[in-house]
Structures are given as C-alpha cells and as structure tokens.
Design a protein around this ligand. Sequence first.
Ligand code: GLA
Length: 385
Amino acid sequence: MSGEQAVVIADEARRHFAMSFGGKPTLVASAAGRVNLIGEHVDYNGGEALPIAIQRRTAVAIRLHDGAKVTHVNSGGTGGVLRIDHARLARRRKWTDYLSGVLDQLIGAGVDVPGLDVAIASDVPSGSGLSSSAALEVSFDFAVRSLLGLDAEPIALALECQRAERQFVGVPCGAMDQLSAACGRAGHALHMRFEPVHVRAVSFTESVLVVDTAVPRSLRGSAYAERVKECGAALAAIQRIAPGVPALAAATMDEVERADMPEVSRRRARHVVAECERVRLVEEVLAAGSRFPGELALASHTSLRDDYGCSSRELDWVVEYAMRMPGVAGARLTGAGWGGCAIVFGEEAALHAVEEALPPAYAQAIGHRPRTWIVSADDGARLET
Ligand code: GLA
C-alpha cells in the first residue's frame, strides 16, 4: 500500500488546501509514523533502539501568504481555518501546539518565519502510540524549512522537533520518534544510538502486525514523566559508585545491582541495561541477514511488563494470544506502553492468520474490538511530487 497510500494522503492535503485557501500549495512534505521493533524506554537513557518508519503518513501542504506573520492552518476537512500568531505563541493543549512548538524553535533559532498557509492530512492514528505527534512535527518542520530554502538535514530536523516537544509541548520525550519520522528508509530498520545521536539503516524487509488495543491512555503522560525521574534517580545512585558512567544505558548490570537505590529504580535500571543488550543482539542478527529473533521481542515485553511496569492487561492479552498462534515468532508492546499498540513478528501467512483470529477473540475477552495493520519499513520525511 506504501506508494499509493502516500499519494492519497498528499492529495488529501492538497484538497484541504484548495478548500481552505484556494489554489495550489507551493509544496507538499510528508513524514511517517513509527513502530519500534525493540529498544523501549532507552532513548532518554542514552541507549539504543531499532524502530522502523511505517506506511502511515502525515502530509503538510504549504504556501507563503503576504499578510501578517501568522500561520493559517486548516482544521480538518471542512475548510475551517485556525490561526497561529508567530508573535504570540502559547501552549493551548491541543494538536496545534506541535506546530507552535516547531515555529517557536525556528523563531528561536533566528528564522524570520513569514505568514504561512498550511493544510494537513494524516492517516497515522492518533493516541495509539504510533507517533502521530512526531509525524506532525517533522512533516511541518520539513515543509517550512523546504519552503524557506533552509537546511533540512534529517537528524538535525528531528532533534529540533524533539526540542519543540520537550520545551513547548512539555513532554520529556527522547528522540526516537522524531528520528524515525525523519530518517526512515523503506526496507530498513534504523539502528539508533542516542548519546551521541547516530542512525544507521539495517536491512529489514519483514512485515509486522500492529495491534492497537484501542484503550484510552490518559495516564500515559504522567507515568512517562515518572519513569524518566526514576531512571534519573537510578543514574545518580550508580554515579555515586561509578562516577564515570555517563548515562543509565552505559551502566553494567553489576553496577545496577550494587548501587544503593530504591527497589523501583533498580527494576527500571535493569530493564534499560538488559534492553540495550537485546537491541545489540537483534542488530547483529538482522545485519547477518536473518529474520527478527522473536524470542528477544518476548523477553523485551516481559521486562517492560515486570521491571518497567508499562504494560497493560490488554497488551499482555494480545502478546499471550499471538504467542499461541502457529508461526508466530515473537510479540511485544511497542512505544511508551500503558495502552497503545503491540506488535507481532512471524511469517507473513502467520501474521494474516493472527489478524483474522485475534480481533473477535479480543472483543470477547476485553469488550471492544482492536484495530490492526500489517506494516513494513517505509521512508521518513520527504517531498511529495
Ligand atoms: C515515547 C517517547 C519516545 C520513547 C518511547 C518509549 O514514544 O516519545 O521518546 O521514549 O515512548 O521507548
């Protein structure tokens, strides 16, 4: 579906544009949602992860206008327009904050951002943990930078969007989502290191089944910030016995066990150190041309459930159900957790069988239907012609 679907979303952005502003945009840029294959809750701990960009995209159609320094943005398919005044950027706790955050970064970096007409279309489901916010930030930043003829190197662009999310929107996230949305490459997973940031594409041509538990995740924001704090406490404790350790992911399991810290921080730290080891193993297996080692996905899920405390009854249900199906290699929660999506690895035929059998069984056990998609690795930020 990759190519065609991208055209559909880009065309939808053009249609929204014509409806809201008349005529054609100067350009359309897009960026992808992401699925993390393995390496969860390690980005803000200086670790390593292995995500893919997926064939769910956000497209931004854009053109300069010669009025005041204000961004006009379409508010859905209705032709209605919202207004973001560049001189009065303020957090409003709605989706336009992601755009305001990017504008805030650009203006803070000395860019004199002129008036913009912007229309957006997306098929990245929001609230599912597939990084719809990163896709929005990155596609918008890429569109503005391309329109103004500014540098749009993907890693720098992703880090600018991460700063927008941390400083303006107020989520203490790592850089994984924005890097995936910007740097994705079709047929490849992205082996990411976060301190310093380094991204290397590794061949990955498998399909992955994504199961959205479709559970509202109101807890997510605060629980995420709490984990960031617990990891900070673990690092501080480790640095008291090993001052040279720069980040939690760089600690050894021995240091984690020896340092004096609350048990809850120790469990978080165990997960981080073990998860990074799993990422390195998976990367080696993929680089050698083999299939994703499903047992490491399962080990990751167990660690997220038991040590990191970010699974949910629904996510555990999906993983356990999938693991009982023939031909399934592994399964785990993906993204922050506390709801959102799980992913399933295995031969294509097995993934289709799970996609058929799981939803009715889930509906019976949990009380509502999940959403499912079969995805594979796609490109990150790009211009749509
Ligand atoms: C969210 C954050 C990412 C990362 C994941 C967990 O998606 O935005 O930075 O921390 O959770 O791996």
